[in-house]
Design a protein around this ligand. Structure first.
Ligand code: NI
Ligand code: MN
Length: 221
């Protein structure tokens, strides 16, 4: 499986000729390595309705006939804007062609009236990823770490709106992933963070390895 960082909280995951995107915020993202008009997708997972996560999901979904997977209220908004959607909610697991999606809680605003922010544990052709969306640290991450043997955890480190580095290190200790990749930092000055400090602490204090991806860079998982 290839994991490519699209900047901010955006990732492109590819395996078996299929592509899954998380939170494709490209237009308006100063660090985005690609334009929304050139991105391919079969599935798009959107954690919440803030612009820096919902981003270009609807236009990419419409152009590619991709399926947006999100919580019910956000899926409803995307469907009204012409995207194909699959609505889920927190605690639910559903089986797709590629594997499973579990919707996880997130401590954050939804960006849409009546909605809730979420995260995702995705099994994509045999590899398991955790994308927590925007969230503060919460102790149920220990439960999530017990429910799934995580190959990768994508973790916000930018602070202010989400966990910062020290809380993300605590998250790693609860989730126990094989690999952690920092996200949601340095897009703007208010979320400036040094990912090498996150990597140094995680690798000193846990068995998890950290891969720092520049926007546009990818790694094999
Ligand atoms: Ni947000
Ligand atoms: Mn955000």
């Amino acid at each position: 499986m290839k994991l490519k960082f699209l900047g901010h909280a955006g990732f492109e995951v590819t395996a078996e000729g299929k592509t899954l995107l998380f939170d494709p915020f490209l237009q308006g993202n100063p660090l985005a390595p690609v334009k929304p008009e050139t991105v391919n997708a079969d599935y798009i997972l959107v954690s919440h309705g803030h612009d820096d996560h919902l981003g270009d999901a609807v236009s990419i979904a419409r152009r590619n006939k991709a399926l947006i997977i999100a919580t019910a209220e956000l899926a409803g908004k995307c469907a009204r804007e012409g995207a194909q959607t699959h609505a889920m909610h927190i605690g639910g697991v559903h089986e797709f062609e590629f594997g499973t999606v579990r919707i996880t809680p997130a401590l954050h605003g939804s960006g849409i009236p009546g909605g809730q922010a979420c995260g995702f544990i995705v099994n994509f052709y045999g590899k398991t990823l955790y994308h927590p969306g925007d969230t503060g640290l919460f102790s149920d991450m220990a439960l999530l770490g017990r429910l799934a043997a995580l190959d990768v955890a994508l973790l916000p480190i930018g602070d202010n709106y989400t966990m910062g580095i020290d809380d993300a290190v605590e998250a790693v200790k609860m989730l126990n992933p094989r690999l952690a990749v920092p996200m949601h930092y340095n897009t703007w000055p208010v979320i400036a963070a040094d990912p090498s400090r996150f990597k140094a602490r995680v690798e000193a204090e846990t068995a998890t390895r950290v891969t720092i991806l520049e926007p546009g860079q990818e790694t094999d998982v």
